[in-house]
Design a protein around this ligand. Structure first.
Ligand code: FAD
Length: 439
């Protein structure tokens, strides 16, 4: 055991004071542990790693690649390449932090410790949970196998996103169906973005008159904020897109190229089957199983239960949450995380200093609703569903400038600023442009 411990310390290049042995297993302890090195975890870890001494911050993250997921929409339409959306995790995690390349597998919040998949114990003084959402493709009968058959694609996974363009290229004629599941999802606008881009692709390639473009959504509206829902209704009308509300995809039959939808408002629970030539699936999503399994940390639905203003856990004051895995009642986006990361940083710092967290998150989130190859509606809003637009113009209008920001500016902002902990959302810019009022 002693030899193993010594080897591990040498390999990791860590300060030995972080190591001790319990009866059987290796144990490390850190001032701050961040679980998840995605958008939220990476940006918060970067903030703390720049002010705490080296290796006081540990990040638990099993993946080799960090993806800028918002780019997948553009990849599906052939506007960017998959390689552009990913970077080695080792390059994006903060240098001053210690990366534990593992999966967390059990939390013991009362004991300020967790255990990783290899059985290693990690102790902490403070914990930030940033585990994102779990994609439940397997909750749809016939998936994920149907992704290996013609016509079935999804922008929601790096495994399937390139198939969206391939499917468009191979499209001969028939139904092009885009789905929205009966769960919370990340970037609630992305299923429609895939559809608008595909519709324009079909027009540009003279196949539109052979296509029925159909949006089958479990929701009862196109978008949760009326101002943008109205704008999107105009888009679907003008482009002759059929929208079927309260339709939930429950089965894919690749042999007959059929998709089965549950009619959510039908008291008899009937289903309706659609033939497809193209089927873009947005899968059901949920909190990670690991969180769902720990009732002390989560709400009924399995999301990390934090205070919606301070982002501090409601039962464990040394735990904070950020991003998609939390119960925050706002739309789950990278933009929301930009609005959350400074709040987590400020409040956790206050907590470390023995003071009460006082900074408040207003629920800011944003969704660049790309409506094709050159235009975008830039939705920005808060917890109350009130528009919180950065620019002093009507952002519900389809604009080239919004599209340019989404396609070219936001990726740079993400890789260069956000992952280094330097981007806290456009709040300051909004205040300046709106003459100090912030609205
Ligand atoms: P993630 O970035 O998903 O990171 C979670 C991390 O936790 C992962 O790295 C995972 O490996 C790790 N993890 C999970 N379980 C464990 C475990 N047990 N132990 C250790 N680590 C674990 N947002 C926008 O703002 N604008 C957009 O235009 C936009 N478009 C989108 C389009 C698509 C197609 C998609 C998929 C998303 C889009 N988003 C958009 C949403 C945005 O990408 C997410 O909201 C954001 O990345 C969530 O960040 P997160 O840190 O909560 O989770």
């Amino acid at each position: 055991m002693a030899t193993l411990l010594k080897c591990k310390m040498v390999v990791l290049g860590c300060n030995p004071r972080f190591f001790s042995t319990t009866s059987q297993r290796l144990s490390q302890s850190f001032k701050l542990v961040v679980v998840g090195g995605g958008t939220g975890g990476c940006s918060v870890a970067a903030k703390f790693a720049s002010v705490l001494p080296k290796n006081n911050v540990a990040i638990i993250e099993p993946s080799d690649t960090h993806y800028y997921q918002p780019m997948w929409t553009m990849i599906g339409g052939g506007m960017k390449k998959l390689e552009q959306s990913g970077r080695p995790m080792s390059q994006v995690l903060p240098k001053n932090a210690h990366w534990i390349k593992e999966r967390a597998s059990q939390f013991f919040p009362e004991e300020n410790r967790l255990v990783t998949a290899s059985g290693e114990e990690i102790k902490y003084e403070y914990l930030v949970v940033a585990m994102g959402l779990q994609l439940d493709y397997n909750k749809i009968k016939g998936l994920p196998e149907a992704f290996n058959t013609p016509g079935v694609c999804s922008n929601y996974s790096p495994k399937y996103v390139e198939k969206t363009l391939e499917t468009l290229k191979n499209f001969k004629g028939g139904n092009a169906i885009f789905t929205f599941p009966n769960t919370l999802i990340k970037c609630a606008g992305a299923p429609q973005k895939a559809m608008y881009i595909s519709e324009e692709y079909l027009r540009k390639h003279n196949k539109r008159d052979k296509a029925n473009v159909i949006f089958n959504t479990s929701l009862g509206v196109l978008f949760g904020v009326k101002k943008y829902a109205d704008a999107l209704e105009k888009v679907v009308r003008e482009r002759n897109i059929a929208v079927n509300f309260r339709h939930e995809l429950i089965e894919v039959k690749p042999d007959t190229k059929e998709a089965v939808f549950r009619l959510l408002d039908d008291p008899a629970g009937n289903t309706k089957t659609f033939k497809y030539e193209m089927l873009h699936v947005t899968p059901p999503m949920s909190a990670p199983d690991l969180l769902k399994a720990n009732k002390k940390l989560t709400n009924e639905a399995g999301y990390l239960e934090v205070d919606k203003s301070t982002l501090q856990h409601i039962r464990f004051p040394n735990i904070f949450g950020i991003g998609d895995c939390t119960n925050l009642p706002t739309s789950k986006t990278m933009a929301a995380i930009a609005g959350q990361n400074k709040i987590v940083y400020d409040n956790l710092k206050l907590q470390m200093e023995g003071k009460k967290p006082s900074q408040k998150y207003d629920g800011y989130t944003s969704c660049p609703l790309v409506t094709g190859y050159s235009k975008c509606i830039l939705a920005e809003f808060d917890y109350d569903g009130q528009p919180l637009e950065t620019l002093p113009i009507n952002q519900a209008k389809e604009r080239n400038t919004s599209f340019f920001m989404k396609k070219e500016i936001m990726p740079v902002l993400y890789w260069k600023l956000m992952l280094n902990g330097w981007w806290n959302g456009p709040g300051v810019i909004r205040k300046i442009l709106h003459l100090g009022t912030g609205r």
